[in-house]
Design a binder for this molecule. Structure first.
Ligand code: NAD
Length: 294
């Protein structure tokens, strides 16, 4: 029996892919409607993380950030209140590497093994089961859960000791945020100078400037569709973790800091729950131009 805790935009389709592959699941989320969606697909439901842990030898977590994972693992009625020795916990949320290490240590004290295994690819790849999964922790534990993780991901890569999965994910999030900002800046320029953004996209997507980010986000931006996807507020969380980690290791992140202020502006303007493609809205505000299909 596999436990699955956190059934939001990402967790729901990931859990569904495990069910489709014939795995038996016990699920838990603090939001009742999210649990009911999985119940309808054949999962069993638990009333707490502790109750999940009492029934499962492998537990997957997919919640927003470090404090939520700490509540799920170490909080009252959390996993460590119910887990047997030898239980494996795989946290697939994107959290700070230092928090992942702290959690793994707390688990080890109770004989529970913990991996950090954040993902990239967003909701579409979560639905298709083609996420990129980056894993930190004990290699022998990684080998045990590899086949299960492959049911959710096209690539599952062992990155190193505890925290390494989240360090790689921070690199991913820096690249994605800076890419969206670069694409938004360039498309605002070309739109303001009078060229249809769809023509710009068609002309450059196959060249060196083309990117997965451009292919995913320009159709959304030009339609004015900012439904998440990946929320601005979650990207703020990731860049906070990146800046903190950069400062800890003495690795300056000047461009990340600048994009962070754009995200903070968007949050203050009430766009925190928009998709991160709404970075384009920052440029729309400062330029007075909307990057839309003509
Ligand atoms: P979400 O907000 O849609 O879902 C989070 C879920 O966790 C919610 O259903 C919430 O009710 C549940 N939750 C929160 N605290 C809980 C607790 N204490 N116990 C049980 N359930 C709890 O977020 P999401 O978009 O699914 O993202 C989840 C994680 O995946 C985040 O760390 C995010 O950064 C990462 N991620 C998201 C995307 C994306 O495109 N959405 C892509 C890659 C990685």
């Amino acid at each position: 029996m596999i436990g699955f805790i956190g059934l939001g935009i990402m967790g729901k389709p990931m859990a569904e892919n495990l069910l489709k592959a014939g795995k038996e699941l016990v699920v838990f989320d603090v939001v009742k409607e999210n649990v009911e969606k999985l119940l309808a697909k054949g999962a069993k439901v638990a009333s707490s993380a502790k109750e999940v842990a009492q029934q499962c030898s492998l537990i997957i977590i997919m919640v927003p950030n470090s404090p939520h994972v700490k509540t799920v693992v170490m909080g009252e009625n959390g996993i460590l209140d119910g887990a047997k020795e030898g239980t494996i916990v795989v946290d697939m949320s994107s959290i700070a590497p230092a928090a992942a290490q702290e959690l793994a240590k707390a688990c080890a004290k109770k004989g529970v093994k913990m991996l950090d295994a954040p993902v990239s690819g967003g909701e579409p790849k979560a639905i298709d089961g083609t996420l990129a999964v980056m894993v930190g922790g004990d290699k022998a534990v990684f080998d045990k859960v590899y086949d299960t993780l492959k049911l959710m991901g096209a690539s599952v890569v062992y990155c190193g000791d505890s925290g390494a999965g989240n360090t790689v994910k921070l690199a991913n999030q820096v690249i994605v945020a800076l890419n969206i900002a670069a694409v938004s800046e360039a498309f605002t320029l070309s739109t303001k100078a009078g060229v249809d953004p769809i023509k710009v996209f068609d002309a450059i997507k196959g060249g060196l400037a083309g990117s997965t980010v451009m292919n995913a986000k320009i159709p959304m931006i030009t339609e004015g569709n900012f439904n998440p996807g990946f929320k601005i507020d979650l990207h703020i969380k990731d860049l906070n973790n990146a800046l903190e980690t950069g400062h800890e290791f003495g690795s300056p992140l000047p461009m990340t800091a600048q994009v962070m202020e754009m995200l903070q502006t968007l949050h203050a303007d009430g766009f925190g729950q928009d998709d991160h493609s709404a970075i384009a809205k920052y440029y729309e505000k400062v330029s007075g131009t909307k990057v839309r299909k003509q």
